[in-house]
Design a protein around this ligand. Structure first.
Ligand SMILES: [Zn+2]
Length: 149
């Protein structure tokens, strides 16, 4: 568990993200490779990215809750150029950016990349599963094609 990691140490592990009160515990979970999504204790709806109140019922009783990491590609973009990022070499081909609709809830979406698959083969509707990749030395949730649907 990284619950004890103070905010300064946490920000040093994720120099490329803007940490705030609403997001910091999400990134703490990533350090333990726990894929969690904010869930409302009152209406039980998930939402992402984290917000200070539930967008469905305005409750502030929110809990980071483990989810399966299974879903389907909702939106696929192939970037042929972009900002430098670790593990991304635009000279070797396009970098896929994929918004995945997670199976826990309709419209619950998480944007990352897809690995273990040629970028040209990534299709909308493709079944995907979570895989942890390394980004600047810290775990980062990504997706890969899921076998057996
Ligand atoms: Zn709610």
């Amino acid at each position: 568990m990284n619950e004890q990691l103070d905010d300064t140490a946490l920000s040093q592990r994720f120099p490329w993200v803007r940490l705030d009160h609403d997001t910091k515990n999400l990134f703490r979970a990533w350090l333990d490779r726990r894929f969690v999504i904010t869930r409302c204790d009152d209406c039980r709806r998930y939402h992402h990215p984290p917000k200070p109140v539930c967008p469905a019922c305005w409750s502030s009783a929110l809990t980071l809750t483990p989810v399966s990491g299974r879903g389907t590609a909702h939106l696929v973009m192939l970037l042929h150029q972009g900002a430098p990022a670790p593990g991304v070499d635009y000279g070797k081909g396009p970098h896929p950016v994929v918004t995945v609709e997670l199976e826990e809830q309709e419209h619950l979406r998480f944007t990352s990349t897809v690995v273990d698959c040629p970028p040209e083969d990534v299709r909308i509707g493709m079944p995907l599963e979570l895989v942890w990749i390394d980004r600047y030395g810290a775990p980062f949730p990504a997706f890969r094609p899921r076998e057996n649907g």
